[in-house]
Ligand binder design. Sequence first.
Ligand code: SR1
Ligand code: MG
Length: 418
Amino acid sequence: MVAKTSIYEPLTVKTLPERLGRVSSLEKRLGADTGQWQCKEVGDGNLNLVFIVSSPQGEVIVKQALPYVRLVGDSWPLPLKRAFFEYQALVRQAERAPGMVPQIYHFDEDQAIIVMEFFSPHIILRQKLMACERVEGLAEALGTFLARTIFRGSDLSMETAKRKRDVALFVDSVEINDITETLVFSDPYFNAERNHHTPGLDSVVAQLRADIDLKVEAHHLKAKFANNGETMLHGDFHTGSIMVTETDTKIIDPEFVLYGPMGFDIGMLLGNFWMAYFAQAGHGNDASYRAWILEVTEEIWDNFVSEFSHLWRTERTGMLYEDILFEGQPHATERALKQRLADIWEDMLGFAGVEMIRRTLSLAHIAENDTIKDEALRAQCEARGLDLGRQLVLNRACIGDISQVTDLAKQINKGSSL
Ligand code: SR1
Ligand code: MG
């Protein structure tokens, strides 16, 4: 029997009700009368179409991949299969960290469409950080999510054949991985075509690109990213992939999913918090709010360590550090756990550093900096981020704990990195 396929066509607010009106899972949530459906295209990311579809009965999100990078246009083609990888990632994240990611209502592979739960009244965390608003329980939610997905997607937990099949599945996301490999680890270190930066940074950028040690270290991190498939990562875990209310935290958008090093998601996340900290000078600049951002970074790491350690002690069912070799002897694995955490810590610092550099010099920047209208002030905030990013990459083996990064960030924030 030949599989049924349908020719891909991008949705519009006009065609969506008619095209999705007969999907039973949508009918169940929105009602059968598509005349009552309201569609709004809200995609503000770099890649996809995103619609909020509402009716008197309910609301859903409809996300559709475009066959190119939306930020750049059709001169940069990008395969639709990323929707398939996102779908597969969401299924796995929901199993490993229940309640943290949107429920999937419908998936159409040919049309690259995922229909999923709409989180309301949540907003993107980046917006919250720019509005200087706190989120209760943020660090605990993020640290725990990271530990659960990182631990449970690895050989520490999974049945090894299953993990190997997953590695093979996600390794096919070549073009998406290429975006990260290029934009994060290579482009910032030379005058790449898609780069751009705030003009006031010219001399800092020249110094940074002349820093061969930095380039070499960034490339060691690239090798680790590309060749060290330790666990299933979200792959794009910045503050734009997190939705929050005052008291609730959810994770979205894992289309950059890949098997990679355990420190990557945490590094990307903390790097984005540290940039948000420096950007505060352009968003209210309240000392207690700045302190809160740094507290959150410390607590994310602490929560990650504590949940990861708990899972290590209670759920180590995979082929690594088997019970029979350790507790069974009896030789506790505490030493091995400490060493694994030390490796993750060092990688995390390096990935945070390269993320801070790429979000300032490469293609996709962060709203916290982009929305600072005063160019001189923006350059100062960005220069401080570059300063910390560079130090994290170069000195990652000598930074002992997270309070040292907090102190360094505070010290950099007092001076001029220009
Ligand atoms: C061309 S895509 C640029 C960036 O947007 C995504 O959110 C990822 O962060 C990617 O690096
Ligand atoms: Mg995204």
